[in-house]
Design a binder for this molecule. Sequence first.
Ligand code: URA
Length: 238
Amino acid sequence: MRNEVKNYLRYLADMGEKDLPVGEIEAAQREKQAQTAPKKRTQKVSAGDKGRLLGELAEQIARCTKCELHRTRTNTVPGAGNPDADIMFIGEAPGADEDATGIPFVGRAGKLLDKFLAAIDIDRDEVFIANVLKCRPPNNRDPLPSEEAACMPYLLRQIEIIQPKIICCLGRVAAQALLKTKAPLSKMRGQMFSFHSIPMIVTYHPAAVLRNDRLKRFVMDDLRFLMSKYEEILEGEG
Ligand code: URA
């Protein structure tokens, strides 16, 4: 029912006209909207339910054979952290330590990530950390586009379950995969992006910082930027 008609019916009702089907029309409209409206991101899912859904997804990932990486992996590395996290970090792919343990960012790059998080007063258990790929590429080579495409639905589902308020991409590979761009990281950092309507920023991968110490201050600037945006989001929520 078009709004003009509904408004006219309401006008007639206001003028004292009885037996107008305004209530029924509005109820039917609400029902139709409920059926057709896309699920709102704000729909509340309990932390327990999120944990259960992530666990089920992790089991599905553990059985995955969608790309050749399943042949060489020791463990899948689905992601770890708070299922109800406001902040989500997304890296590239597991390395040797992650493949051995099934936990993301536990090697040298992971230890440095922990230090960066501590510097902005965040414990890794508060946030959720995942990768674009859930299996280790041999010799830590860059993910192939076909591997990224095969694995992306898992990351998208994780984001859908967790509903983070802000995302931080760690490194070029994650940023380029999510933003579907070939832009260098130096051009992407310092900007706000939106990924599936979620605010997103990018910064250097901790492994890149291990190779080039001068990147450390850029990562710190980016993480402060992340936190200031996160605080703005919280303030906006009232
Ligand atoms: N590098 C990544 O991108 N992810 C990890 O989990 C470990 C190293």
